[in-house]
Design a protein around this ligand. Structure first.
Ligand SMILES: [Zn+2]
Length: 379
């Protein structure tokens, strides 16, 4: 049975210019690599950014329980000008792997596949290892949900998932993410009655109601935070009164806001809570309110369990780091995993999305050892 070297595999992956959900043959390449070490591979289509579908991959080794999964993506962000070494060449130089995706996150994908290939070759085990690779984590985010839908249809059950996003900060394994805050945007439109500002009583000023709503929302605490997440916070990001006259009370006023919320809330209950406050003030001010919400992602969190403590112990053993368990960072495909217990642990994020993205070779080696040890201890 073959084994794969993480650096060589990462170099090969970087050479596919997979921006904006373009496949460029990468899923076929990965399927071939994984099939030849015993994985069953299925390419799952989802909506792409252009006319072509995006291609995502689900690969599984083994049929029985327990089932450990790795979630990653092969798409990369652009920002491709002014690189010292061309972004898709995958050059190793002076101890670094250079190229777009070296950290975010073809490097991590290569480490997991390398670790799995070594583990499968060395050890007979009972259980399954699977890999989900999405094609659009950086853009539309349709890929991972399409794979999850496929898994539901097939009755596939994942017991634990490792999300390979570059979660590490100063050194590999210094941080492990066990959740993410949710994010929701809102627009408040307040409608009053316009009129001449000299004739008080003849108009209903929506600005007054909106100002009171903003004051109330900013002074109401949403919660006190959780052990791993800060208090939820609502921030106003735009206020607008479309009025060019100084002596006319406008008909309407609007404001936009964003809420970052912790695992004490679901977007649905949060919407109800906010709408109640907004509508009550609008009514008192004799205005009408229209509120629109857009949820970018629910908050999620895996309560530190046996597997999470196991990974923490492995990280300590391999790197000496006492990993901080936290919920920092932006959003990732992890939000689509529903109730699957999971953590995020990958390379460092020191150059992600930047010009001259690169990863120390030593980081790739360390992460592969961590992943390998996770497999050895999981089964
Ligand atoms: Zn990423």
């Amino acid at each position: 049975m073959k084994t794969y070297n993480e650096v060589k595999l990462a170099q090969e992956l970087i050479r596919f210019p997979t921006i904006k959900t373009e496949d460029k043959g990468i899923m076929k390449f990965l399927s071939k690599k994984l099939s030849s070490i015993g994985f069953k591979c299925k390419v799952i289509k989802s909506k792409g950014t252009g006319t072509k579908s995006a291609l995502n991959l689900y690969a599984r080794f083994g049929k029985s329980k327990p089932h450990i999964n790795f979630l990653g993506h092969t798409d990369v962000v652009a920002n491709l000008n002014n690189w010292k070494i061309p972004p898709f060449r995958g050059v190793v130089k002076k101890g670094y792997l250079n190229g777009r995706g070296s950290q975010d996150m073809k490097g991590g994908v290569a480490c997991w596949i390398s670790a799995a290939s070594n583990f499968i070759k060395k050890k007979k085990f009972k259980g399954s290892i699977s890999i989900i690779i999405s094609a659009d984590e950086e853009t539309t985010g349709y890929g991972c949900p399409a794979v999850i839908k496929y898994l539901k249809r097939k009755g596939e059950k994942i017991d634990f998932s490792i999300v390979g996003e570059p979660s590490s900060n100063k050194s590999v394994g210094d941080e492990i993410r066990i959740g993410r805050r949710g994010s929701m945007n809102g627009i408040i439109n307040i409608y009053g009655k316009s009129g001449h500002s000299a004739f008080a009583g003849s108009y209903i000023n929506p600005c007054t109601a909106l100002a009171k709503i903003i004051t109330k929302l900013k002074s109401s605490s949403l919660d006190n935070g959780t052990k791993f997440m800060p208090p939820s916070n609502l921030e106003f990001t735009k206020m607008n009164v479309n009025n060019l006259s100084e002596n006319v009370v406008p008909q309407s006023a609007s404001a936009k806001f964003n809420v970052r919320f912790n695992s004490k809330h679901k977007s649905s209950s949060l919407k109800k809570k906010l709408s109640k406050i907004i509508n009550a003030i609008a009514k008192k001010e004799k205005c009408k309110a229209k509120i629109e919400y857009k949820v970018s992602g629910e908050a999620f969190y895996t309560k530190p369990n046996k597997q999470i403590y196991m990974v923490k112990k492995i990280v300590k053993k391999v790197t000496g780091n006492s990993a901080k368990l936290n919920c920092r960072g932006g959003t990732s495909d992890s939000r689509f995993l529903g109730s699957i217990p999971r953590l995020e642990l990958g390379l460092r994020n020191s150059t992600i999305h930047m010009v001259d993205e690169r990863s120390p070779i030593s980081d790739l080696k360390i992460l592969t050892r961590i992943y390998n040890s996770i497999l050895e201890n999981y089964f």
